[in-house]
Design a protein around this ligand. Structure first.
Ligand code: F3S
Length: 405
C-alpha cells in the first residue's frame, strides 16, 4: 500500500504514539481491503461512545490514546452517549454509570472531538459537501451522508473513525471509489394509496426493512437504485437510512429524482417490485405488543429534527402523558426547542426530552416490557439488545400511545 512521506512518518512514530497507533490501524484496514493508499478526509463522526458498549477496556484505550498525544486533525463529532449528560438522574441512570460515561466524554473532548452526542451530525454543524471524502461511523448517518448528501464514506468502526480523526486520512477503498457506488439492482416502489401514509418516518422505516432484507439475502449486497418515490422529506430519508442500514447493512442507495448521484446512473435491469402489501407486511412484523404491554414510548431514532419537535409540541399541547415517554434528540436541537417554546410544552405534558442519548445505547435492558416507536431501527434493537416487545406505529400514533392510560 502506497504511503506519502508524511503518512510514513506518522507510521514511524514521528508525530507521537497516538498518531502512530492510528496509522497502524488505518494501514491494517487498508491492507485487508486492498486499498492502494490513503485519502484525506474533511470530517469524521466517531461512534462507540456509550459506556454500556465501551466498558472499562474502551476507557483504557481512549486514555492510552490521550496519553500518547491524540489530537484531532479535522472536524470530528460524536455519536450518542449512554445518557443525557445533564438530565441522567431524571432518566433513571445509576450514578456509577454516569461517572464512567462522563469520563468517556471528557476524554473525547480532551482529544478535540466536539461532544455533539448525536447520530444526526448533519443537523449540528458537521455537514459535508457533495463528493467530499469523510470517515463516519454510525450506520444511519453513513447511509445518509453517502446517499442523501453524496459525500463518500465507508461504514467505519469506532477505532477506524478515531484513527481518521487523528491523522486526517482513511484508506481509499469501498465507497470512496466511484466504481463501487454504481447501483446493482432496481427497486420499483408502489406508492401507498393515501398521501398521509407516504413520506412518513413509519412508512420509510417499513420500506427500508423490505428493501434491506432483499439486499441482505443477496451475496454481493448490491447498491439499490430506488424508483417510484415522488417526494421525500429529510425526516423520511433519515428513517429510511436507519432502516436500510439495520436490515440490509446498506451504506448507500440512489433514489431517482431525490438523491444527488442517481442522475449519473441508469437503473440496473435486474428489478424487484415492492408492493404496498410487502411494505405493510414489514410494518406488521415489527409489532408484537399491544397497548396493555407498552410501558415505554420513544421517538427520536435517529435523533429528532426541529420540525419533528415542533409537531410533537403541537400534539402534546395541554395533554398529560400516562407512560414513560422519551424524546431523543441532540442537545443543539433541544436548545432550539427551548428557544422556540416547544420544550416547555413537551415537558409540561410529562414527556422527557433525553438529549445526548437514545433508547438503544442507553442501558435500559430489564427496565421496560414493551416499547412503542415509529423507528424500524429501534424495533430491531429493542428486541435484540433490550429483549423488549415492540409496537411499530406512525409518529402521531406513538404520541397517542403515550397519552393512553
Ligand atoms: Fe441514533 Fe440511537 Fe437510533 S444512535 S439511529 S437514535 S439507535
Amino acid at each position: 500500500m502506497h504511503l506519502t512521506t508524511e503518512e510514513r512518518a506518522m507510521l514511524e512514530g514521528k508525530s507521537g504514539k497516538a498518531v502512530q497507533k492510528a496509522m497502524q490501524i488505518l494501514v491494517a484496514l487498508g491492507t485487508i481491503y486492498e486499498a492502494d493508499g490513503m485519502i484525506p478526509v474533511s470530517s469524521v463522526q466517531v461512534a462507540g461512545v456509550s459506556y454500556d458498549n465501551l466498558g472499562d477496556a474502551g476507557i483504557q484505550f481512549l486514555g492510552d490514546m490521550l496519553a500518547g498525544g491524540a489530537s484531532t486533525h479535522v472536524l470530528t463529532t460524536l455519536n450518542p452517549a449512554g445518557m443525557d449528560i445533564e438530565n441522567w438522574q431524571t432518566l433513571g441512570m445509576a450514578a456509577e454509570f454516569a461517572q464512567k460515561q462522563m469520563q468517556v466524554i471528557d476524554t473525547f473532548k480532551r482529544i478535540g472531538i466536539i461532544p455533539t452526542c448525536t447520530c444526526t451530525p448533519y443537523f449540528c454543524g458537521n455537514l459535508p459537501g457533495y463528493g467530499q471524502h469523510i470517515a463516519w461511523a454510525e450506520s444511519s448517518a453513513v447511509c445518509f451522508a453517502n446517499s442523501v448528501i453524496g459525500a463518500r464514506t465507508n461504514r467505519e468502526g469506532g477505532p477506524g473513525a478515531l484513527a481518521a480523526a487523528l491523522t486526517g486520512r482513511t484508506p481509499c477503498f469501498g465507497f470512496h471509489l466511484i466504481q463501487n457506488r454504481k447501483p446493482g439492482i432496481t427497486f420499483d416502489i408502489e406508492r401507498p394509496k393515501s398521501p398521509e401514509t407516504a413520506d412518513t418516518t413509519h412508512w420509510f422505516g417499513a420500506l427500508g426493512k423490505t428493501i434491506g432484507q432483499h439486499i441482505e439475502s443477496m451475496s454481493d449486497n448490491p447498491v439499490p437504485y430506488i424508483r417510484g418515490i415522488e417526494s421525500a422529506s429529510i425526516e423520511g430519508l433519515k428513517s429510511l437510512c436507519a432502516s436500510l442500514a439495520t436490515y440490509g447493512g446498506c451504506a448507500l442507495f440512489h433514489m431517482e429524482g431525490i438523491t444527488p448521484e442517481a442522475i449519473q446512473f441508469s437503473p440496473p435491469q435486474v428489478t424487484i417490485r415492492i408492493s404496498t402489501e410487502m411494505v405493510e407486511a414489514a410494518s406488521d412484523s415489527m409489532t408484537d405488543a399491544d397497548s396493555s404491554d407498552v410501558d415505554f414510548v420513544s421517538l427520536g431514532c435517529p435523533h429528532l429534527s426541529i420540525r419533528e419537535i415542533a409537531r410533537l409540541a403541537q400534539l402534546l399541547n395541554g395533554q398529560q402523558v400516562k407512560k414513560e415517554f422519551w424524546i431523543t434528540t441532540s442537545r443543539q436541537i433541544k436548545q432550539l426547542a427551548d428557544q422556540a417554546g416547544y420544550r416547555r410544552v413537551i415537558e409540561d405534558s410529562g414527556a422527557k426530552i433525553a438529549a445526548d442519548t437514545c433508547c438503544v445505547v442507553a442501558p435500559i435492558k430489564g427496565r421496560f416490557n414493551a416499547m412503542a416507536t415509529d423507528s424500524a431501527k429501534a424495533c430491531f434493537y429493542a428486541r435484540s439488545k433490550h429483549r423488549m416487545k415492540t409496537m411499530f406505529r406512525t409518529f402521531d400514533e406513538v404520541v397517542l400511545e403515550a397519552l393512553k392510560g
